[in-house]
Design a protein. Structure first.
Lengths: 262, 278
């Protein structure tokens, strides 16, 4: 009985979470002139419109380009920072991390507006550059947060042994530190990509001159939502599902390997 | 010494970044908030205390608190149930619930709105059943429902991570000593999940207080919340000073709330416990 209730709850929440998205999927196959259920007309027109809609396509490109660049740069800067933090005394580290984590703790709107003020001060024209700089900025704390725990897990005796055996700083970094923290760096990277694609507020205030991300595009066109957006949402949804299936199969593969090796 | 040359030389780009993109923005925000009509004054802050603006603040806090509580109420049992399926297909279930987080925030908001819309899914079903249409958008309820729908994964994620990290032997011991399910829940799971709850509250409360998307999408832009107020000051009213002051207030409110909540449980890795088993 308890098991039934638990499963029911799971499915209920899943249903509530996914039905709006599935409705969007359904609407994406609707002929765009009619919105009512009874006049539903199956059509792939929204998808065709999507691929000829320059505004949406460029917004899509911008979104992914910014996400990728921001994630890479933030991962590099964040990893260097994390290693630097790790070597500091706890007191200084705590002070610096509190400041560094501010974009993470602050409301997006505050971060977005304050960055806008800086760009205005530095006379940077709002556009792709300011957008990317802003995204890098809010991604760095998340990379640091992902890498620091991995650094704490480093065995100091291994480092000592390496130094005793004559390894140089860069060798130690490449052969010992980097492999250990790599999972953390990758986590930080993926987190940055996710957050960057998902972001709206910060992008809203730091972009300009016709540069749009998917989020700002949807927001500017929120009054009349066009079917091509539904088509886009459906595509994103299916990519997500494929990613998830990949994860599922990989984890099942791992489980099988463990079973075999036992 | 090698360590010192790392610290200063290699960290320089980072320190520069810190100064220009994290410290400077907030300094500028503070300075702007003190500028009213060309001179330095606290006028902008005094303006904040007018009843109309105080009511905006209170309404934002009220809605955000309700949304956060709802998220907590829905997500906690979910986290408990999910962590129990550990022996089975752990990754599958978990990712199913987290996946919406990877879909764009505005697409999710759009999806929820199109359900509540007058010509949306719920009303279509009502029509098909022969009942009257119901206007669901426009009120506080719609806004809160939108917040909960958008932000539930953010509450679920940290709580789930924390609950999963509770060592199994503690739970077994508790049951061996005679505590039932609820006893174990109250004495072990709940206290040990507090860092996750704190993380989750942070990640839901902050966006719900400040995001103006919710009123735009679920109440047609009527009825202002703090996010809308700030947005308006920077776009239409062109009063950057007052807008900055409201932003500073926002920051202060959030810092106070977080300090309040955090005094219940912290970890010295900078809140990373919740992200550790990502």
């Amino acid at each position: 009985m308890a098991k039934f209730l638990k499963n029911a709850y799971l499915f209920l929440i899943l249903f509530i979470m996914y039905s709006p998205i599935l409705v969007l999927v359904l609407f994406s196959f609707n002929n765009d002139k009619i919105k009512v259920w009874s006049n539903f007309e199956f059509s792939i027109k929204p998808y065709i419109d999507l691929f000829s809609n320059k505004a949406i396509l460029s917004a899509l490109f911008t979104t992914f380009a910014v996400a990728l660049i921001a994630a890479v740069v933030a991962s590099i800067i964040g990893t260097i920072a994390a290693i630097g933090f790790f070597k500091m005394r706890p007191a200084i580290r705590k002070a610096l991390t509190s400041v560094t984590y501010l974009p993470m703790m602050n409301a997006d709107i505050v971060t977005g507006i304050s960055l806008m003020l800086v760009f205005a001060l530095l006379h940077f024209a709002s556009g792709f550059l300011t957008l990317t700089l802003a995204h890098i900025t809010f991604c760095i704390p998340y990379v640091i947060v992902s890498v620091l725990p991995k650094l704490s897990g480093l065995n100091p005796s291994v480092l000592e042994a390496a130094r005793d055996l004559g390894a140089s700083q860069s060798c130690i970094f490449k052969k010992i530190i980097l492999p250990e923290i790599l999972p953390g760096v990758i986590t930080g990277f993926l987190l940055s990509v996710t957050l960057s694609i998902d972001d709206f507020m910060i992008s809203y205030y730091t972009t300009g001159a016709g540069v749009q991300t998917i989020s700002t595009y949807i927001y500017t066109n929120r009054q009349g939502i066009a079917p091509p957006i539904y088509a886009l949402s459906t595509i994103i949804f299916f990519i997500l599902m494929i990613l998830m299936l990949t994860v599922v199969f990989r984890s099942k593969g791992k489980n099988k390997k463990e079973e075999i090796s036992l | 010494m090698k360590a010192k040359s790392y610290s200063i030389f290699t960290m320089l780009p980072f320190y520069l970044w810190l100064a220009i993109f994290i410290v400077l923005p907030l300094v500028l925000l503070a300075l702007y908030s003190l500028k009213a009509g060309g001179t330095f004054s606290l006028d902008n802050y005094k303006k904040l205390f007018e009843p109309i603006y105080m009511s905006v603040l209170l309404r934002s806090l009220k809605l955000a608190t309700l949304a956060t509580l709802c998220c907590l109420l829905f997500a906690y049992p979910l986290a408990l149930i999910l962590s129990e399926t550990k022996k089975r297909q752990n990754p599958v279930w978990f990712f199913l619930f987290i996946a919406p987080m990877w879909m764009n925030f505005l697409i999710r908001t759009l999806a929820w709105r199109s359900i509540l819309d007058d010509s949306g899914a719920i009303n279509m079903i009502l029509e098909a059943l022969g009942l009257n249409k119901v206007t669901l958008l426009g009120g506080d309820g719609a806004i809160i429902s939108g917040m909960v729908y958008d932000l539930l994964p953010y509450m679920l994620f940290p709580i789930y991570n924390t609950v999963c990290q509770i060592p199994n032997h503690l739970l077994e011991a508790s049951r061996d000593l005679g505590a039932g399910y609820f006893g174990t829940l109250r004495r072990i799971i709940l206290p040990m999940s507090i860092p996750g709850i704190v993380s989750g509250i942070t990640m839901v409360f902050v966006p719900s207080v400040t995001t103006f998307v919710f009123t735009e999408f679920f109440a047609n832009g009527k009825g202002m919340l703090i996010g809308n107020l700030i947005e308006q000051q920077f776009s239409r009213a062109n009063n950057w000073g007052f807008g900055s002051a409201v932003s500073m207030l926002c920051m202060a409110v959030i810092v106070v709330c977080m300090w309040f909540v955090n005094s219940g449980g912290t970890d010295d890795k900078g809140g990373s416990a919740a992200w550790q088993s990502f």
